[in-house]
Design a binder for this molecule. Structure first.
Ligand code: ADP
Ligand code: ASP
Ligand code: MG
Length: 404
């Protein structure tokens, strides 16, 4: 059996944890399995590196940021190989260059395109445990790229797909996927299984337990995932196409605090304005999320939208540049202390009233909603960031998610 095992930053944060992971992998290896290990940078090392960069140059290029960030993963894989060696098991570490993990050209948020598995296969045949850097790739310029924060999960799933692995296990600091972030909601409940679609929505909407593109890839290539704890042996959550249980009305609540709202006030109320505004942003690779347009009045209208907090300053700069020119807006307002709260569940498709129930949960605790957006299987609101904990707990309780 070929197993891909991915361990996140907390799971390899120090010497003791590195040896703990090494032992878990060796256990699998000794059962006769082929073991491929994907690692993240130790602890909060990626954040540490980004802080160093900001300190030197707040406008550092994305290329150099990727050069810097990829060092984090390289440290973990080399130390892991040394730990396994110290435990008497042959292991070899590789970075994205050595296994040729090709990505799109863009820095900071690349997509994996192709992985050469030859070198991995050779080393597995040599009876080694193969340890690979998560989160990184190389582009057509032979530069390092990164897959976006949390991207090591995606490396693991891509490797599992490319190697036709029999199992893909994501080990982290919680023992599975919960109905809400257990750090924010005390009575959050662990799900034994969840569909790709629901997991994809939860991950995209802020449930950082899995990188959303890892779920997308898992669905595309039919890679069944297990999310488990690296610190205990409890069962974990299986992420797959179909679940046995009847579809739940709501499977979880997610929150994303890396959000900013930009309001462009007093735009001309005429065709093409929204197109121009969002086209400028798209050309700079800025993803826009929730969009709200006011009813036109006196020949003008307002458009509000959200971006990630990281993209906010650049987005404002772009809107200013064009807003004062061709778009002729009167004012731009920016709010950085906002958050996005969403309920997700395939069951809501056939059950009206989910949105109302969510709004009621917020009303119960006197929280104002700034923006609303819905799809067939989710309801999303934008609220003030300071209300996040109260809001998520109230919504979680309203849908009785903590109960079995
Ligand atoms: P790793 O470094 O192992 O990749 P992450 O920090 O990326 O770990 O992801 C694990 C964290 O995700 C947990 O500590 C938890 O706080 C958070 N999280 C957010 N939403 C959920 C959820 N629905 N279920 C479980 N964990 C969640
Ligand atoms: N080290 C990277 C990050 O912190 C990738 C990962 O952890 O998945 O975002
Ligand atoms: Mg992660």
């Amino acid at each position: 059996m070929l197993v891909v095992k991915k361990f996140g930053g907390t799971s390899v944060a120090d010497k003791e944890r590195i040896f703990n992971v090494a032992r878990r992998c060796i256990e699998d290896y000794k059962k006769g399995n082929e073991v491929v290990v994907v690692l993240s940078a130790m602890g909060k090392q990626t954040d540490v590196l980004l802080d160093m960069a900001r300190d030197i140059n707040p406008k550092a290029s994305k290329r150099e940021l990727d050069m810097l960030m990829t060092t984090g993963e390289q440290v973990s894989v080399a130390l892991m190989a040394m730990a396994m060696d110290a435990l008497g098991v042959p292991a070899v570490s590789f970075n994205a260059f050595q296994v040729q993990m090709h990505t799109t050209a863009v820095y900071g948020n690349s997509r994996l395109k192709k992985i050469d598995t030859e070198r991995i296969r050779t080393e597995l045949e040599n009876k080694k445990i193969v340890i690979i850097t998560g989160f990184q790739g190389i582009n057509k310029y032979d530069d390092y790229t990164t897959l976006g924060r949390g991207g090591s999960d995606t490396t693991a799933v891509a490797l599992a797909a490319a190697l036709h692995a029999d199992a893909c296990e994501i080990y982290t600091d919680v023992d599975g996927v919960y109905t809400a972030d257990p750090r924010l909601v005390k009575d959050a409940r662990k799900l034994s299984e969840i569909t790709y679609d629901e997991m994809l929505d939860l991950a995209t909407l802020g449930a950082g337990v899995l990188h959303n593109r890892s779920v997308e890839l898992a669905k595309k290539y039919g890679v069944q995932l297990v999310v488990r704890s690296s610190l205990n042996n409890s069962e974990g959550t299986v992420v797959k196409e179909e679940v046995k249980m009847e579809k739940m009305l709501v499977s979880g609540v997610a929150v994303d605090r890396n959000v900013a709202r930009i309001s462009v006030i007093g735009l001309l109320d005429q065709p093409g304005v929204a197109f121009k505004l969002f086209n400028h942003l798209a050309r700079h690779n800025i993803n826009v999320d929730v969009i709200l347009q006011s009813v036109g009045r006196d020949g003008t209208k307002d458009i509000s939208f959200t971006t990630t907090a990281d993209d906010c300053d650049e987005a404002v700069e772009i809107v200013k540049r064009h807003g004062e020119g061709s778009l002729k807006c009167q004012k731009i307002e920016v709010e950085k202390e906002v958050a996005k709260l969403s309920v997700v569940g395939a069951g809501m498709m056939s059950n009206p009233g989910v949105a109302a129930k969510m709004f009621e949960a917020l009303y119960d605790v006197g929280i104002n909603i700034k923006m609303i957006s819905t799809s067939e299987i989710r309801v999303t609101v934008i609220i003030d960031d300071k209300h996040v904990e109260q809001a998520i707990n109230s919504v979680h309780q309203k849908f009785s998610l903590g109960e079995n």
